[in-house]
Design a protein around this ligand. Sequence first.
Ligand SMILES: Cc1cc2nc3c(=O)[nH]c(=O)nc-3n(C[C@H](O)[C@H](O)[C@H](O)COP(=O)(O)OP(=O)(O)OC[C@H]3O[C@@H](n4cnc5c(N)ncnc54)[C@H](O)[C@@H]3O)c2cc1C
Ligand code: SF4
Ligand code: SF4
Ligand code: SF4
Length: 470
Amino acid sequence: MTAKTHNTIDHVVRSLLCTGCGACAGICRYNAITIRENCRGLLTPVINSKLCIGCGFCFRVCPGQGFDFPAVTKQLFGGYPAHPEIGNFLSIHSGYAVKNEIRKQCQSGGIVSAVLIHALENRIIDGAVVSRWNREDPLNTEVFIARNKDEILSASGSKYSPVPTAQIIGTLKNTPGRFAFVGVSCQVHAIRNAHQMMPELSQKIVFIIGLFCQGTMSHKYLHYALAKAGICAQDVQRFAYRAKEWRGWPGDIRIVGKSGNIEHMPSSDRMCAKPYFTPWRCNLCIDKLNEFADFSVGDCRNPLQYGSKSLKEVNFKGHPGISDIIVRTKAGEGVIKMCLDAGVIELKDSSWQDLLVSAQPSRKKLEFTYFAALARILHIGVPSFNIRYIPKNKILNKKLTRYSSITIVILFHYWLIEIISGTTMYVFAIKSIPIKILAWLNRVREKGLASKNCGPEELIVCRDDEDDIC
Ligand SMILES: Cc1cc2nc3c(=O)[nH]c(=O)nc-3n(C[C@H](O)[C@H](O)[C@H](O)COP(=O)(O)OP(=O)(O)OC[C@H]3O[C@@H](n4cnc5c(N)ncnc54)[C@H](O)[C@@H]3O)c2cc1C
Ligand code: SF4
Ligand code: SF4
Ligand code: SF4
């Protein structure tokens, strides 16, 4: 055991760079790491110094401290991203699961669950790593290997809560078979890091499904939602962030009480409160579209796919949802084609322009510039990706490099959220702010961070060690 190793992994946590992915606990051969919830409602590792031998594996697998975009891009795809905003891809589609009962129960168009069920039933995989609400403890999640259709469907739907999905590498090491893995970008980065360290793992994980991710939320959000709905945590039987029963896609918070009572909270209310519960590390994440998955999936928000010019004009009542799909690798292409040929999923070809309208990936890549600058001023951590993005649009570029006073106030306001989110009265304080005020604050924030203008902008990609290509 060396103090340096402790400092290294502890440093990730102390620098607020931990994403709570769980990979460090999964890779440690000495069971020296436990993942625990901290005062901010986030999952972080705790090291038992008596068991640790200082091998450094936990730090090497950690995606929180950064991820080498150029190196892994080269290794997986052979070169620079074909598209700076989307990453490397072979094709782009919109689509959904053909079986309506799957599509309705799942988050977007049900592509993830439909593909996993087909791959399991056709023995392409022996199991799939998925995440569901814990049956005994319905406000906590559990990561497990699903072996049949019912288990896959028990994990359907997005959990905007801390989920240590990559911890499963500890179990996979000792479990024979071939598996699929489903995770958000930071979890997929952890799996790609683990592939480098344990080549046998890349033989076991035959394909990775990446979920788009703009940010998750702390466990404190659940308590906020329950307080808003007037339900005690002990009385909850089932919780869903985006259930489609009430008003169709995109789905609303649905809380089922133990006595059978059902409460709904509109998705717009969830979005208003989201910034107050989003971990600081998510502000420093540049990979919304899960660029290192075999294929990535998200909600389709392109109004044209719903037959309209604006999402506001679409009547979603009863709509089961549509997914965006980015096929990135040959492995991903093989699985998607197999499901398409079998009639399990329905796909329409889409273009990168359509995807930019739908997913707006540049927003995260550009906002990183702001948050990294603030982190440097405050002497806290900045993850290293060895890559930067700058907008081609000169006006936007100027906005990003010249900080207006409103931008500075907004950035410090994010930092204030981070500081006070660990206090016991935090949930109560946010709950007492009317939704209208939260919505107004969100609009001010968007304006100040120029993120509204960061939609389908073309970006230039720069490697940190090759400034001259910018
Ligand atoms: C934290 C988070 C943030 C997201 N942000 C965006 C976004 O900004 N824009 C967008 O377009 N899409 C986002 N998504 C993806 C979107 O919500 C859907 O998950 C995706 O479109 C797949 O839909 P589906 O119907 O195919 O999935 P389903 O068939 O319902 O399957 C969902 C799968 O997701 C897995 N899963 C659920 N929660 C988690 C989690 N927290 N960590 C790891 N795996 C999980 C489950 O294991 C399940 O297999 C996000 C998802 C998550 C979990
Ligand atoms: S340094 Fe090695 S033994 Fe110690 S916690 Fe990390 S992985 Fe485990
Ligand atoms: S491996 Fe994951 S859980 Fe562990 S310190 Fe890094 S980001 Fe946090
Ligand atoms: S925004 Fe990035 S860091 Fe945050 S949960 Fe999503 S993938 Fe992980």
